[in-house]
Ligand binder design. Sequence first.
Ligand code: CO8
Length: 257
Amino acid sequence: MAYETLIVETRGNVGLVTLNRPQALNALNSTVLKELKAAYAAFHADEAIGAIVITGSERAFAAGADIKEMQSLQFADIYKSDFISGWDDIAKARKPVIAAVSGFALGGGCELAMMCDFIIASETAKFGQPEITLGVIPGMGGSQRLTRAVGKAKAMDLVLTGRMMDAAEAERSGLVSRVVAPERLLDEALAAAEKIASLSQPSVMMAKEAVNRAFETTLEEGLRFERRLFHSLFATDDQKEGMAAFVEKRKPAFKHR
Ligand code: CO8
């Protein structure tokens, strides 16, 4: 497929998506959504791909939803079409997705990063939910995912004032997992993704499901869910291989089954 707003490549066993609308600081629009869905679907269908990295440019991961596209929208139309709801599919990716964020990750850009499983940020990254300064509020999950990630105090501060936080503050707050020098960003994210891709896919996908369940259920149900997944992994060849390899002091050769 030919992409207009993305660069889609594979690097080893990793799918790499680069947002590519430099004239609008990678602002997100309906074409970006359509193409991201297609890219993710292709990576999910490709057995060889074990993880996905999504990134932007050095200046901007994404500066939000495309304000010029949204400016003239009318309530009845966006209500009827349930505008934005399609982005939920991006958050439902089953293979792990790492966001590699440099520069601005604002509004929908910050929300897209938060739909990923974890965020690796460059020292130049700036996160924020500035929608309030436009007379609206976050619409792609910012009020929910940011609050779960950084807690009420910091989320209220960001969502109500629209201010940006830098990479150091984002790491202190728990929004990002690592901060690296800008020139190291992509290599660091690709190395993390390649590490994940080298592991048994069923266990990786279940690990992701189990962590995500922590945000959706009670502790007791979450523990039961985790335990059942743990039990089920003993039905895989990869569990036998992984444990045999440990005992035999060799590298496991996972078959992802
Ligand atoms: N939408 C459209 N165009 C944009 C956007 C955007 N979000 N952000 C930047 N651009 C464009 C600018 O208009 C400018 O274009 P031009 O050169 O044609 O005038 C170009 O990108 C470069 O931007 P600036 O000249 O403004 O660059 P600066 O370095 O001066 O400033 C900033 C960078 C601070 C990032 C500034 O561009 C900015 O504040 N951008 C808007 C940030 C923002 O408010 N984002 C939130 C948008 S609302 C949102 O995300 C709601 C999510 C709901 C889901 C939507 C689903 C699709």
